[in-house]
Design a protein around this ligand. Structure first.
Ligand SMILES: *[C@@H]1O[C@H](CO)[C@@H](O)[C@H](O)[C@H]1NC(C)=O
Ligand SMILES: *[C@@H]1O[C@H](CO)[C@@H](O)[C@H](O)[C@H]1NC(C)=O
Ligand SMILES: *[C@@H]1O[C@H](CO)[C@@H](O)[C@H](O)[C@H]1NC(C)=O
Ligand SMILES: *[C@@H]1O[C@H](CO)[C@@H](O)[C@H](O)[C@H]1NC(C)=O
Ligand SMILES: *[C@@H]1O[C@H](CO)[C@@H](O)[C@H](O)[C@H]1NC(C)=O
Ligand SMILES: *[C@@H]1O[C@H](CO)[C@@H](O)[C@H](O)[C@H]1NC(C)=O
Ligand SMILES: *[C@@H]1O[C@H](CO)[C@@H](O)[C@H](O)[C@H]1NC(C)=O
Ligand SMILES: *[C@@H]1O[C@H](CO)[C@@H](O)[C@H](O)[C@H]1NC(C)=O
Ligand SMILES: *[C@@H]1O[C@H](CO)[C@@H](O)[C@H](O)[C@H]1NC(C)=O
Ligand SMILES: *[C@H]1O[C@H](CO)[C@@H](O)[C@H](O)[C@H]1NC(C)=O
Length: 534
């Protein structure tokens, strides 16, 4: 599922332009074009826009609360149901990776009091790994929102659809979402993030001898996300103030912001363990909703994939059209279970529960460590494009601020490669642990950002260089799993972190083996793993 929801790069590249993705039909990937930083490099993925919203007319929510400035309707309350054990009404934080952006304010309560940089510390260098903003779903008609859309259309065409009660709207509803492209909500999220990070870090660009280079992958939503972010950061003339390096998402390309393009096992069915767990869990948590809602519709048999599709429609219609009739159909608890479904997909496909979890993140980690130490790239080669990375035009290491734009799954894999066991719980497909740390809604909602801040300190408590890691503004408490001595403020001595990663990150990823080896010969795994590798 996630494969389709999150990316499915091979299919997308082929579908978009009607071209086949061969090396011969592009010759202008960054570096070979006669321009150093072309932004029109092709491989933009699927591009289809949704129908025009008309929220003024469609939104019937009558609330004493004003709508948030974003303008999409997130005041919709879930269905209130007797057996619902929920404590709050806000379902929009339970939509997993399809949640609108929010800070991870409840993820690490133990470091919550450590927002400001300690006195006598100055920020020296910052690395930002950023997800694209809210987008349309994939156009794959085999799952999720589009699948349910197709079912309704089929039943409508066959004149078999009869809906009533809470589903009465289906008699007049049609699937009207686009595919994969950024929606306006997503543009806003990225613009806001650019503004936010401008205020946080603009000073770090003072005195840089060249235009800063920020990188993105070529898919439309990523490229657009990087652009909106830069508009927020630099202003309307952003393109003249920085270089946007666009790495193509062509199958076989080395692009650390799209590791499934070169880590070939990552695209093998047997490695999509999260999808299997998700299917299993869907059969459990969708049952009562299917039973409850089936009474109101004829012409469609509401199985677990359709219930999942309807819940996805709540998420996607909200960000694309501003409002979704599907949102109030489900209870808060059902949304929590939907959230867990997405947690399973991401942990199992890209995180600690996947054998390629570390390997898919290691490419970026190696680049980051070189930038952190201001040393020229010299491997270990693990998916980087060495032609680009050996050239300081394309991988400068003298910047104090870096920003790379990528996918949710890549952020998940990078956290895994860095051995952030703060997110490593083993998730069973049978029942969520409500106290688990890993929640995709908190870790990789739309417009998620993972930030590493290098600090230079001189006080009695803190002397020398320290590292602070943040996920969606929450300070991650660094500990022994990253080579650090745990501190209440979550900081770590930079050298300890750096040396630990140099020593362990690449080795522990077993990059060559898990990306290119064969199960049963080079290694053996039977299902979800616990350590992000074999
Ligand atoms: C680095 O890239 C620039 C721009 O494409 C090019 O002019 C230069 O020759 C390259 N340098 C090396 C060492 O390849
Ligand atoms: C790069 O390739 C794309 C897609 O093939 C093409 O539309 C564009 O004009 C090319 N741009 C440059 C700078 O060569
Ligand atoms: C909106 O809610 C208020 C307060 O509950 C109520 O007085 C008002 O009639 C409602 N308006 C509409 C159009 O339903
Ligand atoms: C929710 O509450 C019901 C009783 O009201 C209980 O039987 C059920 O186990 C609870 N579910 C969870 C997930 O805690
Ligand atoms: C809808 O109908 C098409 C054409 O008959 C069929 O291929 C497709 O599987 C149907 N989809 C669903 C979800 O029923
Ligand atoms: C409804 O959606 C189907 C499938 O996306 C499309 O073929 C059809 O034209 C739409 N019908 C209307 C009335 O918009
Ligand atoms: C690496 O980048 C160069 C220059 O853009 C490109 O020609 C080449 O195809 C890339 N190689 C791989 C394996 O990604
Ligand atoms: C691309 O990555 C592969 C596998 O990591 C590596 O063997 C190859 O040298 C890389 N190619 C380039 C051009 O960097
Ligand atoms: C890996 O190979 C072993 C031994 O051949 C096999 O039993 C197992 O099912 C395979 N794992 C997966 C996930 O396919
Ligand atoms: C970086 O490299 C230098 C050697 O050039 C080394 O002394 C230093 O400790 C390294 N570590 C960090 C975190 O920069």
């Amino acid at each position: 599922m996630t494969r389709l929801v999150a990316l499915f790069p091979l299919l997308c590249a082929a579908l978009v332009s009607g071209e086949t993705a061969t090396a011969s039909n592009y010759n202008n990937v960054t570096g070979t074009s006669n321009k150093a930083f072309p932004t029109d490099v092709g491989f933009e993925g699927n591009v289809a826009y949704s129908k025009s919203p008309f929220l003024a007319q469609n939104d019937k929510v009558n609330s004493s609360q004003f709508m948030s400035c974003y303008g999409v309707e997130t005041r919709v309350e879930p269905l209130h149901h007797q057996s619902d054990n929920a404590t709050s009404d806000d379902i929009f934080r339970n939509l997993g990776t399809t949640s609108v952006y929010h800070s991870a304010d409840d993820l690490f309560p133990e470091t919550k009091g450590y927002g400001p940089i300690p006195n006598q510390c100055s920020v020296k260098q910052v690395h930002i790994l950023h997800r694209h903003g809210a987008r349309n779903p994939t156009s794959s008609a085999t799952e999720g929102a589009p699948l349910f859309g197709a079912a309704v259309w089929n039943a409508t065409k066959a004149k078999k659809l009869q809906a009533s009660g809470p589903l009465d709207f289906l008699n007049r509803w049609n699937y009207s979402l686009g595919a994969e492209v950024l929606v306006h909500q997503g543009a806003q999220e990225l613009f806001d993030s650019g503004v936010h990070h401008y205020y946080q870090y603009a000073k770090l660009l003072d005195g840089l001898k060249h235009k800063p280079v920020f990188r993105t992958t070529s898919q439309s939503r990523m490229l657009d996300s990087a652009r909106y972010w830069s508009l927020g950061f630099f202003g309307w003339d952003a393109p003249s103030k920085f270089h946007l390096e666009v790495l193509t998402e062509e199958s076989g390309q080395n692009n650390t912001l799209a590791p499934y393009e070169y880590c070939t096992n990552a695209n093998e069915d047997a490695f999509y363990l999260g999808d299997e767990l998700s299917t299993e869990w869907q059969k459990v948590y969708t049952k009562s909703a299917a039973k409850r809602l089936q009474k109101y519709v004829q012409g469609i048999k509401l199985d677990s994939t359709f219930i999942y599709g309807m819940m996805s429609l709540c998420a996607y219609e909200t960000v694309a059209l501003g409002y979704s009739h599907f949102c109030p159909l489900f209870t808060k608890e059902e949304y929590e279970h939907y959230e867990y479904d997405i947690d399973l997909q991401f942990m199992g496909d890209y995180g600690f529960m996947n054998p390629t979890g570390r390997a898919q993140g290691i490419g970026w980690v190696v680049e980051m460590l070189d930038r952190m130490n201001m040393t020229k790239f010299d491997g270990p080669i693990s998916g980087q494009n060495t032609t680009l990375d050996h050239n300081s035009t394309y991988l400068p290491v003298d910047q104090k601020l870096y920003a790379d734009f990528t996918h949710d799954d890549v952020i998940t894999s990078v956290l895994t490669a860095l051995n952030f066991k703060q997110f490593s719980e083993f998730l069973p497909a049978t029942k969520p642990n409500p106290n688990r740390r890993y929640r995709s809604s908190r870790v990789t909602p739309f417009a998620a950002r993972f930030v590493l801040e290098v600090l230079d300190c001189d006080s009695d408590q803190l002397k020398g260089n320290y590292l602070r890691a943040k996920i969606n503004e929450a300070v991650i408490p660094l500990d022994k799993d990253q080579g650090c001595e745990a501190r209440p403020d979550g900081l770590c001595k930079l050298e300890s972190f750096y040396q630990y990663q140099l020593k362990h990150a690449y080795k522990d990823s077993k990059y060559n083996k898990v990306c290119f080896g064969k199960n049963g010969t080079d290694f053996t795994f039977y299902g979800p793993v616990r350590n992000g590798t074999v």
